[in-house]
Ligand binder design. Sequence first.
Ligand code: V47
Ligand code: SF4
Length: 372
Amino acid sequence: MNNELRKVLLHDRFLSLIAEKIETGKRISISDGLKLYESHNLSALALLATEKRKQINGKFVFFNKNFHIEPSNICIHNCRFCSYRRNVNDTDSWDYNISDMLDICKKYYGKDVSEVHIVGGVHPNRNLDFYCDLIVEIKKILPDIHVKAFTAVELDYMIGKANLTAEAGLLKLKEAGLNSIPGGGAEIFDRKVRKQICHQKSDANTWLKIHKTAHNLGIASNASILFGHVETYMHRLKHLELLRNLQDQTHGFNAFIPLKYKKNNNAISETGEVNDIEVLKNFAVSRIFLDNIPHIKSYWPMLGKNIAGFALHFGADDMDGTIDDSTKIYSMAGAEEKNPSMQIDEMVRFIKKTGFIPVERDSVYNKLNVFE
Ligand code: V47
Ligand code: SF4
């Protein structure tokens, strides 16, 4: 334990016990997690989470060069927190065909990008073949690009519609060139909360089964939580526990992304948003609890650069990517960054200013460039 941490914890038996668990590599329990959430000692939470992140990631903060494609905002579901989905006939819906999406990719031909992140609504008229063709065509234009695509909820729909098992559907996508799966669609796993905020959506078991099947096929994935709406601390901890248990079995999750609920233009706006202290606490508890998921992502387009930087001192070690102003999902919900884009030198300067070592990574966290 470092001296700074020792001093802060001197008079708090519970926090000293957590420090000892971290130091000796013991897991924290759900009741430990609950006490951490209820603690007002923010500096201790920062130091404890930093101790854990140091064990796993040293002083490195990772990022990559990426862009997003959001194929459509037309969606069969109607999640109450979603500011983005539209019906087919809405004037502000969009619906790209393959050629539209290839036009986006052509802008990156010969440019230095390593990943495309593809997430959209669950479109009623698209199917597995459409998405397989999309990936095949993208790789003809950008042969070296890593395709991280489709939340488990989108996958559940397209694979179900094709009458395939999760395994057969994912294998087909893998053969088409799918490299990994993003973390969305998890929200809060609790059945009652799901009923309140996204009652039509694939349930927790389905989400977990798709990720488990992907991991068993060698397809890595991320996981997320949508927090700060109607859920309690216990709901968050049970969510983390399900992820920790699955990761023990498969080791297939690369990163965990805490997504703060943003309240603009959706059906539960009156819930309001949690404050920044709550966001930072959630990073710290996630880092300490999820001792087996290597990376915690500070998703700056959603959090805004300021809080994303603070989160690096509360256990986060990954800034996602440069984005190139290619995502609308979060700005439609009121996210701080209206046109998210960071050049490499800005990202490197930003991370250095927080006191960490910037590392450009590939999508599976191999170090490509360390900016010492
Ligand atoms: O599941 C929707 C969230 C997620 C709102 O894997 C909202 O690297 C806040 O998959 N307020 C999709 N969040 C995003 C996603 C993702 C994002 C960043 C990185 C990665 C990764 C994956 O967006 C949804 C939902 O939880 N979301 N509406 C809202 N109003
Ligand atoms: Fe559809 Fe996703 Fe929005 Fe839910 S969060 S309504 S599944 S686009």
